[in-house]
Design a protein around this ligand. Structure first.
Ligand SMILES: C[S@@+](CC[C@H](N)C(=O)[O-])C[C@H]1O[C@@H](n2cnc3c(N)ncnc32)[C@H](O)[C@@H]1O
Length: 289
């Protein structure tokens, strides 16, 4: 542990933030590399005459902050950690950094399945860091979950995140294209969730560089119209879902009416568009008959 006076630390912090970047990214750096939890940050200024103990020195923290600012390198990748709901997850550039808006998927599930003792069999397609599946496996301890991804490296990270977050073994990971690793679970799934790649090609080309240059293309690009993967997931869902099983999809800000149409064409019922906190129709949900 390295000792620094609170006064020096606060001066240094002000200098770093004056170079650019946002408070939230800075808090991730201090928590994950510096060893100062965000909850402690608010109280540090109360005792400026005291000392603070850091896991790494200020020069090292500054070098990471500069790399984040100069190259637009996501701070979560530089620190190897992100926070999502109440989870602390390992992330590398092999997985998408789970987004705050995606946190709502878990609340949608909570609204549908209100008893935490529920014995669900759920599947997540395209799990990335494992965020959604891990949150569900923890919230519904009597449930069993399966999570797939096309990328083996992503699955290794998801598995580590699960082992770090849970003492149970109610979540299994499978590598392969969407539903295909789940052949043996046909007709058995109560709930399937996916936040698939849905960015249309033209939009992908214009994404901010901190996303396009660093986050995996396979996690973002959804073909020409963005709906390539959503179409495939919906068309095959009826083979895998139980009667009355739920499908919950995240989509791009302007895709929910089209996703709704795809669900209707594939004989889903109880279809609903769920808005995110910005009022955008971010999720489309339905039941298979
Ligand atoms: C938008 S990311 C979502 C990751 C994570 N579920 C989340 O919400 O943060 C999409 C994920 O789908 C995976 N993926 C892309 N194509 C796939 C395919 N054909 N089959 C299975 N997974 C795929 C990507 O590797 C990526 O992890």
């Amino acid at each position: 542990m390295l000792c620094v006076s609170v006064e020096d630390f606060l001066f240094w912090k002000k200098k770093q933030l004056s170079k650019g970047g946002d408070q939230q990214s800075f808090a991730i750096l201090l928590d994950c590399i510096g060893g100062i939890p965000t909850s402690d940050l608010n109280f540090i200024g109360i005792n400026p005459e005291k000392n603070l103990y850091l896991k790494k020195n200020l020069e090292f923290l500054e070098s990471i902050w500069d790399e984040y600012l100069l190259k637009s390198y996501p701070i979560q990748y530089l620190c190897g950690i992100t926070f999502w709901r109440d989870l602390k997850l390992k992330v590398t550039n092999k997985v998408l950094i789970p987004r705050p808006e995606t946190e709502l998927i878990v609340d949608i599930v909570f609204n549908i399945f209100r008893r935490k003792s529920e014995k669900l069999f759920f599947a997540e397609l395209g799990t990335g860091s494992g965020a959604i599946s891990i949150a569900l496996a923890l919230a519904y301890p009597s449930s069993e979950g399966v999570a797939t991804d096309i990328d083996q490296d992503a699955l290794e990270i998801a598995t580590k995140n699960y082992l770090n977050s849970s003492k149970r073994s109610n979540l299994q990971f499978y590598c392969g294209n969407w539903w295909s690793p789940l052949e043996s679970f046909k007709g058995k799934i109560d709930l399937a969730i996916s936040n698939p790649p849905y960015i249309p090609r033209d939009t992908y080309e214009k994404l901010p560089k901190e996303v396009k240059n660093f986050e995996p293309k396979v996690a973002l690009l959804g073909g020409k119209d963005g709906l390539k993967h959503i179409r495939e997931i919906i068309q095959k869902a009826p083979f895998y879902l139980k009667e009355n099983g739920w499908l919950i999809l995240e989509n791009h800000f302007d895709q929910s009416e089209k996703v709704k149409q795809l669900l209707i064409e594939n004989k889903f019922t109880s279809i609903e568009i769920v808005k995110d906190l910005s009022g955008i129709g971010r999720f489309t949900i339905g039941r298979y008959k």
